[in-house]
Design a protein around this ligand. Structure first.
Ligand code: FAD
Ligand code: NAP
Length: 309
């Protein structure tokens, strides 16, 4: 019987693990289906994590978080949790490989995944020119032209990153104002090889057997169609929360969620089910920042220790 099962090893889950073990919980396991560190490890630059004055990659920021947590006794199970159900006062977790665990408390810290834009050809060419990770795939387009679709922080930051290795980057956005932070917009506008293609819809990603060869965009005012002949299209149009483990056999959720599937919590990160907590990007009203996810993780752990006590 685990004291605490943490699902997800991003900033929220790792910080919860650190506080829970250091706070005296004996049997804490963090389940992570990929590499610990979470989505920030795909970021080419982070400059707003307090105390880290130098711009660094997400990977550099997360480098020693797991090691620090393990020092205090956090156990790491590399596995994907497929479901969580409540059995009496405790929880049963089932992994995709069929393994089962029992836990007194559970913290959902599963974050989110990149959303698809729903463009024709996007799925067909995914992994063959369509990507959602510039740090992973940018290198393939060294010296070539690429398109970045989206107008938020991720799109503009990653466009700047790509502009350093690609000959040209088209930033393709559906409006003529951006959602990204003013400093990020300013940064993007300074890059000489970025061309903004705004107020357009992306009609199609097209290509051939070799992969993507271009995208078709339509001006929303004039209706004019333009082909951008690029071998790479990076899609950054937001993220969807990963709440799969909370889905019950009858299709309902184990705890209350909002319309977007985000978990409803109170200020102690408690969900509607006693013993079940949620932290980070998965919860309602998340600021979607590393420092906030991390803060949520510590808040949850402090309250879980009190609950178990
Ligand atoms: P995540 O980081 O998403 O971690 C969740 C983890 O749970 C993942 O590792 C996932 O593999 C795991 N998981 C999910 N489901 C399961 C399951 N069923 N079983 C096991 N494991 C599971 N924030 C900033 O503060 N500054 C920035 O500069 C910044 N830049 C960003 C740039 C990019 C490209 C992106 C994508 C995000 C950026 N963010 C930035 C946002 C920040 O990364 C997130 O807010 C933060 O990572 C959220 O942390 P989290 O722990 O809630 O979730
Ligand atoms: P986001 O802020 O939701 O922005 C998504 C962008 O994609 C928006 O510009 C949106 O257009 C556009 N879009 C959405 N659906 C589309 C579609 N189907 N077709 C074309 N365009 C579409 O997502 P994000 O940039 O991934 O950021 C997610 C969160 O992480 C945000 O809270 C962000 O602040 C945070 N984050 C922070 C940092 C940082 O602190 N430095 C870095 C990265 C991310 P509209 O604008 O018209 O809606």
């Amino acid at each position: 019987m685990l004291d605490l099962a943490i699902i997800g090893g991003g900033p929220a889950g790792l910080t919860a693990g650190l506080y829970a073990t250091r706070g005296g919980l004996q049997n804490v396991v963090m389940f992570e289906m990929g590499m610990p560190g979470g989505q920030i490890t795909t970021s080419s630059e982070i400059e707003n994590y307090p105390g880290q004055g130098n711009v660094m990659t997400g990977m550099e920021l997360m480098d020693n978080w797991l090691e620090q947590c393990q020092k205090f006794g956090l156990k790491h199970e590399m596995n994907q949790v497929s479901s969580v159900v409540k059995v009496g006062e405790t929880f049963k977790l089932t992994m995709v490989d069929g393994k089962e665990f029992e836990a007194k408390t559970v913290l959902m810290a599963t974050g989110s995944v990149p959303r698809r834009a729903g463009i024709a050809g996007e799925n067909e060419f995914f992994g063959r020119g369509v990507s959602t990770c510039a740090t992973c795939d940018g290198f393939f387009y060294k010296g070539k032209e690429v398109a970045v679709i989206g107008g938020g922080d991720t799109a503009l930051e990653e466009a700047v990153y790509l502009s350093k290795m690609c000959s040209k980057v088209y930033v393709v956005h559906r409006r003529d104002t951006y959602r990204a932070a003013p400093s990020t917009i300013e940064h993007m506008k300074k890059a000489e090889n970025i061309e903004e293609v705004t107020n357009v819809t992306v009609e199609e990603v097209f290509g051939d057997a070799s992969g993507v060869t271009g995208i078709k965009v339509k001006d929303k005012n004039t209706g004019d169609i333009r082909d951008l002949d690029v071998p790479g299209a990076f899609v950054f149009v937001g993220r969807d929360v990963l709440n799969e483990p909370l889905k019950q056999e009858d299709g309902s959720f184990l705890c209350d969620v909002n319309e977007q599937g985000e978990v409803i919590v109170d200020l102690r990160m408690r969900t509607s089910v006693p013993g079940l907590y949620a932290a980070g990007d998965i919860r309602i009203d998340a600021a979607k920042q590393v420092v906030c996810a991390s803060g949520d993780g510590s808040t949850a752990a402090v309250n879980i220790i009190e609950y178990i006590g």
